[in-house]
Design a protein around this ligand. Sequence first.
Ligand SMILES: C[S@@+](CC[C@H](N)C(=O)[O-])C[C@H]1O[C@@H](n2cnc3c(N)ncnc32)[C@H](O)[C@@H]1O
Length: 324
Amino acid sequence: MRDEKEEVKITEKKKKKKNKQKLKNQEEKQNEGEDKNTVKEEKDTKEKAQPQINNKKRKRKEVFPFGNYRGYYGYRIGQDMDEDPRLKVFKEEWFQGKDCLDIGCNSGIVTIQIAKKFHCRRILGIDIDPDRISDAYWHLRKFVRVEHVGKSSTKASTVEVTEKANDSEHCTTSSSAKEKELAKDGLHSAERDLFDIVSFRKENFVQSWCRPEEHYDTILCLSVTKWIHLNWGDDGLITLFSKIWRLLRPGGILVLEPQPWRSYENNHLVSETTAKNYRSIIFRPKCFTEILLDKIGFRKVEEVTSALTGSKVGFDRPIFAYHK
Ligand SMILES: C[S@@+](CC[C@H](N)C(=O)[O-])C[C@H]1O[C@@H](n2cnc3c(N)ncnc32)[C@H](O)[C@@H]1O
């Protein structure tokens, strides 16, 4: 009898241990893929900053439920690269002299690089996370300074700005207008050109109100669909596509870089909402072109990734241009 009890106790203990390991594995899996490097970066920085505290108790891991990673470009764009490799396949005619919108601009580096390289008339970057908008204004100011003061090459300025993407000390949250004024402070009038072309705004694109006078020639939506899909489900995705359609002028272009379905698996446990939505998603990324052409109304699509080289592993995704 006693032996039996002992055996039951041991089996229960084993079961508990197994469950604990399972949970740990699940948590680790969730952090693989897109956010793998971010988590590592965060961990490294924290360990460097507070070695004695970390020895006693582990710090809580930062979570980015909208893909609103801090220091995103620190690992997306390699240090030896002069620009984000996606810019190599973008066509000048999509941007030159055009009004552009960058949905989910994160810390604004790609938005600024597009403005500079392709000479947009205007480009607005929006992001759900106010801290990323603060980062974006900080980068804008940095770009302008490096351009005018150092007369250095584009490569030098990009590398410096990308490195600084990991430095979050400059981040403060305030309104976009105030940010813009602060960013312009202390600059000569000739240095303000880029400030008149590039701006940033905190906005949740899925839930914000559509201003009737707002229209664009080109809208970028790069590596954002997964986050909108996971947070607002199929309804959110359709809202995203319909709103883009409404905001585009006739002949306008949507530049879309959707994440593949397999990468949803890596992030679906980031919150209860994403876990729930993940289970009910019907429209997989493979159907996006069909939805955009047959349901939303785009005329044609071109895939522009064949020439894309130099992307880091995990970021070699297709890019499509849909024409209204
Ligand atoms: C993975 S990052 C991609 C950044 C950038 N587009 C690129 O490809 O380099 C996704 C960005 O989308 C933003 N985002 C997610 N949901 C959003 C929403 N509903 N409205 C605006 N921005 C959103 C996140 O905050 C994050 O900065």
